[in-house]
Design a binder for this molecule. Sequence first.
Ligand code: HEC
Length: 184
Amino acid sequence: MRLSRLGFVCLSFLIAMTGCGQSTDTGGEAKVAASKPDAGAQCAFESTKDNSPLVIKAAASDTPQAKEFLQTCINPYTKLYANDPEAAKEGKKKFGYWSCTQCHGPNGDGQVAVSITDDRWQYAKHITDKGMFETIAGGSNGGMFAWHQQIANNAELLPTDDILKIIAWLRTQYKGEGDKPWLN
Ligand code: HEC
């Protein structure tokens, strides 16, 4: 009796903890079966290729926004751009600068490769900025390169901040139906 009471208390505590962890995440995050609640102040990224840990460290040159994202999994540009079309242009500029346009078209609507602005996601986790970041940063088995400079081990490629700006702009271009969990 005693033991089972203790077990119950522990369980309730655990559930409460999980709840706390998720409240700092986007709402959609909870629906993504593959990702676990993040421990501590580090966003635990997972490779889209094989779900292995995708390790991205804060760099000295990172912006405060990039550092925040690496801790919280929340892209601070997404809400900003949703309310400020002028600011969002910065993300569109990066999308062109890094030649994402070559495969996805000038507005991300799909050219050679898939559209990013409709509600057909290549991977269900793309409804969160964390999930989309994992595919852009670490690549996929279906034709996306790893674009993050740390993952590709190439300083000429994208820093965290550029990927976040691109994602936030892509969200403003969304033409699909339904919820926009990235704004939660
Ligand atoms: C060489 C062509 C090519 C280039 C260049 C390219 N992509 Fe992709 N991208 C793809 C392909 C192919 C897929 C589908 C991947 C899959 O299904 O695994 C994809 C998928 C994606 C997705 C997921 C879309 C969805 O609907 O779920 C995102 C987001 C994305 N790319 C962003 C980018 C960004 C940002 C850049 C520039 C930094 C970029 N891509 C450059 C070929 C490309």
